[in-house]
Design a protein around this ligand. Structure first.
Ligand code: SF4
Ligand code: SF4
Ligand code: SF4
Length: 326
């Protein structure tokens, strides 16, 4: 019997999600025995033509990481959708737009201006930017289009499952691949991770005091962080209350606050708004608790880069989607 055909493909990504698959170590060898990887640009060459040659639905599952930023990525994910029975949005960038989605605070022009003209290490006296089409001695050369707006995968194609995390944790990757190989998958649209919030599994939650009221907001490098106290109690913004568990509390155990890479739990419409309203609720907003409006304003101003803090991984998938353009 033919082995299930599987694809690993990356769009606008750092490569970390695919590296996480390699990190499965010996488990990966067993998986390689059980499946036929027909495309994985990180490990071996294959072309769009090879993939286009498959009949519709002949690929069992495609794990697509990265957000969609360029026209060639859009073209490839549409072909993979057509050829695959199951599409998994693999990692935060595919799931919600992720770190590349922070580009939605800018436009293509402002990004090109910065990257190709103003960057401190840039040497470009003629101020040339990449062109989609150019004619030179060897003929016409083309580049894919760089879009103004970064999109999460399900804003471009229909996604069957979401494997969250930056990158997804190895045990969740292993479970997802095994379940696809065995055909034992939950209802379409499911996030393949526990539906509990991170505070529910956080080792610091047990010691957390009731009714935290933040009186001063600090950043992790500004204080000596306690290795066991809830970050919010220390005045450090932690997105745990607005984030799904399943990562093994990786950052918390490394004494860093959560930044929300696993995305929200089921039913949350906008992770950033949920996190922001949660923080607002413990800023000591009540006058009777002794905080004046001026003090609250000062506290809010102490949040450095609020959009990047609350929407670090979820800007394209949020209600905002991007900064408003003129
Ligand atoms: S989710 Fe994280 S590890 Fe994966 S591609 Fe995006 S930035 Fe890299
Ligand atoms: S807010 Fe952060 S540190 Fe506090 S219990 Fe929740 S996840 Fe843990
Ligand atoms: S603690 Fe938060 S940011 Fe860190 S891996 Fe877990 S979900 Fe992601």
């Amino acid at each position: 019997m033919a082995k299930p055909r599987v694809v690993f493909y990356g769009c606008a990504s750092c490569g970390g999600c695919e590296k996480a698959v390699i990190d499965l170590e010996e488990d990966l060898l067993n998986l390689l025995d059980a499946m036929d990887i027909v495309l994985w640009p990180l490990l071996f060459d294959s072309t769009m033509k090879n993939i286009a040659a498959f009949k519709d639905g002949e690929i069992t599952g495609s794990f697509i990481n990265g957000a969609v930023r360029m026209s060639d990525q859009e073209e490839m994910v549409k072909i993979l959708r057509q050829k695959s029975q199951i599409i998994v949005a693999f990692g935060s960038c595919a799931h919600m737009g992720g770190i590349p989605g922070l580009g939605n605070f800018y436009t293509k022009d402002t990004i090109f201006q910065r990257v190709y003209k103003e960057g401190v290490s840039v040497e470009n006296p003629e101020k040339i930017s990449p062109q989609e089409r150019i004619t030179c001695d060897s003929g016409e050369l083309t580049l894919p289009e760089f879009y103004d707006t970064v999109k999460a995968l399900d804003q471009v194609i229909q996604v069957d499952y979401y494997l969250p995390g930056c990158p997804p944790p190895p045990d969740l990757i292993m479970n997802a691949i095994n379940d696809i190989l065995k055909g034992e998958l939950p209802e379409k649209g499911a996030v393949l991770a526990p539906n509990k919030c991170l505070c529910d599994t956080c080792p610091r939650a047990e010691e957390r005091v009731e009714g935290i009221a933040i009186e001063e907001i600090k950043r992790p490098h500004q204080i000596k962080l306690s290795p066991w106290k809830c970050f919010l109690e220390q005045g450090i913004i932690c997105l745990g209350p607005a984030t799904r568990s399943g990562c093994g509390e990786r950052c918390i155990r490394a004494n860093m606050p959560c930044r929300g890479c696993m995305g929200p739990v089921k039913g949350t419409i906008d992770q950033g708004t949920k996190a922001f309203s949660m923080i607002a609720s413990i800023l000591g907003l009540e006058e009777e608790e002794g905080m004046t409006e001026e003090e609250v304003k000062r506290l809010i101003n102490d949040i450095v880069d609020p959009a990047g803090t609350f929407y670090r991984f979820s800007m394209p998938a949020s209600l905002l989607k991007r900064k408003r353009m003129e």
